[in-house]
Design a protein around this ligand. Structure first.
Ligand SMILES: C[S@@+](CC[C@H](N)C(=O)[O-])C[C@H]1O[C@@H](n2cnc3c(N)ncnc32)[C@H](O)[C@@H]1O
Ligand SMILES: [Zn+2]
Length: 172
């Protein structure tokens, strides 16, 4: 499988005055991205950029078994390609997760963009639902390994998305 070279787009490199957020300390965790201007619902805010790596390279670089604090700056485009924002990554990597987000990650031709799904006022932290999927762990274990501190009323307690079990069809 061939990995395409990461290309920064104009969306990722807005002029300083056009940047719609800045990175500050966050009440959720570490640093976060805070709107510096009113952002309308539907606005494409920034591209999530970094080095494109394979699952094998991801496994080589990071411990995903929960023994250490899990990877923080990775975005899986699909099962073959992950964006590693620790290398050549832009500031989109500072956007935290929320279970009640005001943004979403959109895949446009294998480029990931963060777009507003609500009108956002200046000073408000930008968030999206990471939607991490995880196999083989109990919900209690996921909450312990990957806790969520978004503070939303509907917070599921973990930044991992639970897989919804399909109901088995009853045979007649
Ligand atoms: C892409 S980074 C976001 C920036 C991060 N806050 C920082 O300062 O580097 C993702 C990491 O931030 C942390 N994080 C993001 N959203 C979180 C949340 N809702 N609750 C707890 N930790 C969160 C987790 O450690 C996650 O792996
Ligand atoms: Zn939450």
């Amino acid at each position: 499988m061939k990995l395409k070279k990461t290309k920064q787009t104009e969306a990722d490199r807005p002029k300083k005055s056009k940047q719609k957020f800045r990175v500050l300390r966050s009440g959720i965790q570490g640093r976060g991205a805070f709107a510096t201007t009113r952002i309308r619902k539907g606005t494409r805010i920034i591209e999530y950029t970094g080095e494109l790596i394979s699952p094998e390279e991801e496994a080589r670089r990071y411990d995903n078994n929960g023994t250490n604090r899990h990877h923080t700056f990775l975005f899986a485009i699909d099962e073959n390609v992950t964006i590693d924002a620790t290398r050549r990554g832009g500031v989109a990597k500072y956007i935290n997760h929320s279970c009640d987000p005001n943004c979403e990650a959109v895949n446009d031709d294998d480029h990931i963009f963060i777009e507003a799904i609500k009108n956002i006022q200046p000073g408000v932290e930008l968030t999206y639902d990471y939607g991490f999927e995880h196999d083989g762990e109990s919900i209690a274990k996921l909450r312990e390994l990957y806790p969520c501190r978004c503070g939303a009323d509907n917070c599921r307690g973990t930044i991992v998305k639970f897989k919804t079990k399909r109901k088995k069809k009853r045979s007649k």
